[in-house]
Design a protein around this ligand. Structure first.
Ligand code: HAM
Length: 424
């Protein structure tokens, strides 16, 4: 029995999984650049106060899920549970207010939340995300939602639902909270104990209660309680999304578990499943930068869960091949030939030809078996005859044909068609 395993809720991303990760990351980078976003990479841990102030001291993330620790200098730090707070902190710290606004930033980062692990829910997971800071225009919400939607299309995922809502501003929300409390008061027996406890502090969260969907469905709707400006903002957003041909479903039960949201909130969900399986979510956070000590600065953003996206790619049968096979496998007979084989393998690699070398003192037959097992296209064989001729025998492993090739032209002969000389 091995003495150690990966910590609960944290996983190794094995080589055979990497094509999925590469594919998702490449689409994120391609589309983010297309929309004018630049990459940012904040540190993995931050002052714990940053998350208390932004995500919210009363939220599940801060109350139950943060990996908080004290370092040797006595500072209380937390592994980041999400990216928006760090990006906004960096925006302020680096004076990005003086850049042309909005500032568009994207990231691909590991996140940490102490949650109960299950399929699609981990303690270390990865998000890609983007944030557009410094502009309140609904056209920017439309841009961020459009970018999110085009990304999931680029992943090739089918049957997704984009749920949209507006939760107004902190100024307009108390009136809505009152309406919700009045509605739920006589029905508190029908909600789960967690939600009953949230009734006073966070009545919005009751809309998310799984216990009685019909009760939540009939609850007062935030769209009916918006202030005039927020209502106009939401109307504009819907109009812009229609123009962009982004399909959305109004969902008045959509409330987010983070405190910083104002006005626009949205989620992308796979067709059949509930909110547990949400594969990306975002919204507007016009009060967040000010909460962090900056001037009033609006912002809007989104983050997608990489593990959940990959889970859905696999479920929908999107196959991505791993291509780590070497082009050439260099085999040898005898110690003299081995020294040449080590040199030739190095030369091939430096010339940009992916090459593997037979190791130890295995027989030629065993080395050739190994060459086939690695998926190499060619075996390069070096023995006494070849050394005497200053050449190698090159065997095409698929065709079972072979030819003599002078060592000086080996790289040229083996280079894959279309691949140029190495840039090394
Ligand atoms: P969030 O809804 O907490 O929002 O997380 C965004 C996405 O991260 C989720 O929809 C889900 O796909 C993924 N995710 C969250 N927790 C886990 C987990 N334990 N395991 C696997 N995947 C998970 C945010 O984090 C906001 N910062 C989004 C945002 C950006 N809002 C504005 N800008």
């Amino acid at each position: 029995m091995p003495k150690f395993r990966a910590p609960r809720g944290a996983a190794d991303i094995l080589p055979e999984e990497q094509p999925y990760w590469d594919f998702v990351s490449q689409q994120v980078e391609r589309l983010c650049r297309l929309y004018g976003y630049r990459r940012i990479e904040p540190p993995l841990f931050e002052d714990v106060g940053l998350f208390e102030r932004s995500v919210g001291a009363e939220t599940d993330i801060v109350q139950k899920e943060m990996y908080t620790f004290q370092d040797k200098g006595g500072d209380t730090l937390a592994l980041r549970p999400e990216g928006t707070a760090s990006v906004c902190r960096a925006y302020l710290e680096h004076g990005m207010q003086s850049l042309p606004q909005p500032v568009r930033l994207y990231y691909l980062l590991p996140m940490f939340r102490y949650e109960r692990p299950q399929a699609g829910r981990y303690r270390q997971f990865h998000q890609f995300g983007f944030e557009a800071i410094g502009e309140a225009d609904a056209a920017l919400d439309a841009e961020v939602i459009d970018l999110s939607w085009q990304l999931y299309r680029a992943f090739g995922l089918k049957g997704l639902r984009l749920a949209l809502n507006s939760i107004g501003t902190p100024e307009s929300r108390p009136r809505y909270h009152e309406a919700l409390r009045a509605y739920y008061q006589p029905h508190l027996g029908q909600v789960c104990p967690d939600c009953r406890a949230r009734f006073e502090r966070a009545p919005l969260r009751l809309l998310d209660c799984k216990q009685d969907a019909a009760l939540a469905e009939a609850a007062p709707r935030s769209l009916d309680y918006l202030d005039g400006e927020s209502a106009r903002h939401f109307q504009q957003l819907c109009r812009y999304l229609d123009g962009l041909d982004v399909p959305y479903t109004l969902d008045h039960r959509l409330v987010r578990g983070l405190d910083y949201y104002t006005r626009t909130v949205y989620e992308i969900q796979p067709a059949q499943e509930g909110s547990q399986s949400t594969i990306g979510a975002g919204g507007r956070y016009d009060g967040l930068i000010q909460e962090l000590g900056g001037p009033p600065t609006p912002g809007v953003g989104f983050a997608g869960g990489m593990e959940r996206i990959i889970l859905n790619l696999k479920r929908q049968g999107v196959a991505l091949a791993a291509t780590a096979a070497p082009r050439a496998f260099v085999a040898f007979v005898g110690e003299e030939a081995k020294a040449v084989a080590v040199r030739v393998t190095g030369e091939l690699r430096r010339a940009g030809v992916a090459a593997a070398l037979g190791l130890g003192d295995r027989s030629l037959k065993a080395q050739l078996r190994q060459a086939s097992a690695t998926g190499a296209a060619y075996a390069v064989i070096l023995g006494a005859d070849e050394l005497a001729a200053g050449a190698a025998t090159v065997r095409d492993l698929a065709q079972a044909t072979q030819e003599r090739v002078p060592l000086g032209t080996l790289a040229e002969r083996l280079r894959a068609p279309g691949s140029g000389p190495s840039s090394l």
